[in-house]
Design a protein around this ligand. Structure first.
Ligand code: SF4
Length: 218
């Protein structure tokens, strides 16, 4: 995408999603940590269904550290990969309590050493929990970045993240990452992007809408 189109891209996104925000429910950084860990390969809606009873039973890292594996599994069994997630939650809670005195680490390097915490999860915790600049790249951001020409089809999530970090100023990362998730979740869908109704179709290099329009005229 050309440089002048980048400004247009940001303006259009503001029009499309002026109030884009994270859709996981949480009240504090402990709850954010748990919700983000649970959200891997699961919808936020599903996570929001199980977290109220989880937070009631285990209101802190200390309580989660002491959780019995089978009881935690039972609480989150409607979430994908629940057995692995339950094990990782208890292990991570133990490390946070024992090594970090109950405080969530503030660096990506420390966060990704916790069991089950990948780069995307760590980045969400940094940006949402600690207000430290990060650019979490999930499946929606990876896909829309490629369609919009910010990254190459062969790029993995890490390469996409580096390219987005380079292209956009740090102070935009938080809002932009929410807006791009909304774009991928509600308009630029994986199987059937709604290019015809997407306000970005004039500047988007994917041009499905334009191709369709031309072919209709023939
Ligand atoms: S024009 Fe189509 S491909 Fe481009 S961002 Fe919009 S929905 Fe996605």
């Amino acid at each position: 995408m050309k440089k002048q189109n980048l400004n247009q891209f940001l303006e259009i996104l503001d029009k499309m999603f002026p109030h884009a925000h994270g859709e996981l429910n949480y009240q504090n950084i402990y709850q954010l940590f748990v919700a983000v860990m649970l959200s891997a390969q699961t919808t936020d809606v599903r996570v929001n269904i199980v977290t109220p009873s989880l937070f009631e039973k285990y209101p802190s890292f200390k309580a989660l550290k002491e959780a019995k594996l089978e009881e935690l599994e039972d609480l989150i069994k409607s979430v994908g990969l629940y057995k692995t997630k339950a094990k990782n939650l208890i292990s991570s809670a133990s490390i946070v309590v024992d090594k970090y005195n109950g405080e969530v680490p503030t660096s990506l390097e420390e966060l990704i050493k916790l069991p089950g915490v990948g780069r995307k999860t760590a980045s969400v915790i940094l940006i949402e929990g600690h207000n430290i600049p990060a650019f979490p790249v999930d499946t929606h951001i990876e896909r829309t970045s490629k369609r919009l020409g910010f990254a190459l089809p062969k790029d993995d999530a890490y390469k996409v993240e580096l390219k987005l970090r380079k292209k956009f100023p740090q102070e935009m990362w938080r809002k932009l990452h929410h807006q791009m998730i909304f774009l991928g979740r509600y308009v630029c869908l994986a199987r059937k992007p709604d290019c015809e109704n997407c306000l970005l179709n004039e500047i988007c290099p994917k041009k499905e809408y334009k191709v369709k329009s031309k072919s209709k005229k023939v």
